[in-house]
Design a binder for this molecule. Structure first.
Ligand SMILES: [Zn+2]
Length: 115
């Protein structure tokens, strides 16, 4: 039997800890959860005395992480083949920079048999 080694990121917890499967039956990412933990909802009353709900935070990092998660959910946050995350409204966007596009297109040109 061949031994397979996967480069998956692993998280450890105690055997008595309760597993949180509230993310559609999947384990939630503890690092992302820790980043967005300071986020909360707040109510703001506008000029017309109408209340509206807004995200509030005491941490810029948690605000940026929440914005990225919203962009991922909307599909405007993309992952370049190099692994870099970027945000674009262009439907044809695939690369995070011109240099990256040139690099991967040159690679595809030199190795047309690869996917
Ligand atoms: Zn890239």
């Amino acid at each position: 039997m061949a031994l397979s080694v996967y480069s998956w990121k692993r998280y450890w917890g105690s055997r008595t800890a309760r597993l949180d499967l509230s993310d559609s039956g999947y384990l939630s990412d503890p690092e992302t959860d820790a980043l967005v933990a300071p986020m909360g909802l707040g109510v703001q009353v506008n000029r017309n005395s109408r209340p509206s709900v807004h995200w509030v935070s005491t941490s810029l990092l948690s605000s940026l992480t929440t914005m990225l998660l919203e962009d991922l959910a909307k599909g405007t946050a993309l992952r370049c083949p190099c692994g870099q995350l970027f945000v674009s409204n262009a439907y044809q966007a695939r690369y995070h920079s011109k240099q990256c596009r040139w690099r991967f297109e040159k690679h595809k040109q030199r190795h047309p048999d690869e996917d």
